[in-house]
Design a protein around this ligand. Structure first.
Ligand SMILES: [Fe+2]
Ligand SMILES: [Fe+2]
Length: 296
């Protein structure tokens, strides 16, 4: 009874018009836009085309569930969010069910988080068991595997701040939720990594600020695996003295040259991962690297 999951992330889709309003002038959106204009947009020039190819993969390769670890948009505008959910197929009944959590770009400014833009646009991928009235965390069973959506993204005020935080209140809810779940591997899905390549913490302004507390709580909750994005280059980490379970970063699924997603087969507690990458010449995804690991 193996389970097949498709994991993708950091699609960073945008829309025109974006829907600028005067009140956006003094927010991070201004610098985010400048950043886009100064080159970031070039990295995502083919994002719509790649997203369309990805959607065909998600629909046609026999997955039991989709896993999206956030950063649907560039600047967290309502128009971008709606377009991103539409283009990737969040409302398409031809796709398998999914589980999605927001990235920092989806809560780029406080108003986007407060209006719950991500949760509205990706509502079909937000179904699950909750043990409180708060939205996160939530859990959904796929075959013998529990997927747990944990929100690690928060709006940041400082222009250079791309850090995240889960917070003590959500960690307490994670403990309650996990205590209520039955047996089976527990796969936590969140935007931020716990550690970067080399098992080192991320740079201060890019990291999950409470990563150590999150790691310890997840371990106490019986986490078997941590799936994430945020870093745009893919890597995976085996369990180590400072990491109680393996973690997998799928990287950006649409950024030029880094574009790819992962096809996981979980058989018991054994995970086989096949990476599929976009071929710019043919416009289709093809097989790339693969790796295997034992879940905790
Ligand atoms: Fe990203
Ligand atoms: Fe991110």
């Amino acid at each position: 009874m193996a389970v097949r999951l498709a994991h993708f992330s950091d699609i960073h889709l945008t829309a025109r018009p974006r829907g600028w309003r005067p009140r956006d002038a003094f927010t991070k959106r201004t610098t985010g836009w400048a950043n886009l204009a100064l080159g970031r947009a070039r990295h995502f020039a083919r994002a719509d085309e790649v997203a369309a190819a990805l959607r065909r993969e998600l629909a046609g390769r026999g997955f039991d569930s989709l896993v999206f670890s956030g950063d649907a948009t560039a600047l967290g505008f309502p128009a971008e969010m709606t377009a991103a959910a539409e283009r990737i197929g969040a409302h398409d009944p031809a796709l398998p069910p999914g589980l999605a959590v927001p990235g920092n770009h989806d809560v780029y400014v406080t108003s986007a988080a407060r209006a719950r833009l991500f949760e509205e646009a990706f509502a079909p991928w937000q179904h699950g068991t909750r043990t409180s009235t708060e939205h996160y965390p939530f859990a959904r069973k796929v075959g013998h595997v529990w997927l747990i959506g944990l929100n690690s993204s928060v709006p940041n005020f400082l222009l250079w701040d791309a850090s995240g935080k889960v917070g003590a209140a959500q960690l307490a809810r994670l403990r309650d939720l996990c205590a209520a779940l039955g047996p089976g591997p527990r796969v936590v899905v969140s935007h931020y990594p716990l550690l970067m390549e080399g098992h080192r913490p991320e740079p201060r302004w890019h990291r999950l600020r409470d990563w150590a507390a999150v790691r310890d709580t997840a371990a106490a909750c019986g986490a078997s695996l941590w799936l994430h994005g945020h870093r745009h280059r893919w890597y995976w980490l085996p369990a180590a003295p400072n990491l109680p379970f393996p973690t997998i970063c799928v990287g950006s699924s649409t950024q030029s040259g880094r574009w790819g997603y992962h096809d996981y087969t979980i058989d018991g507690r054994h995970l086989t991962a096949a990476r599929r990458v976009f071929d710019g010449a043919t416009g289709a995804f093809v097989d790339s690297e693969s790796f295997e690991c034992e879940l905790k």
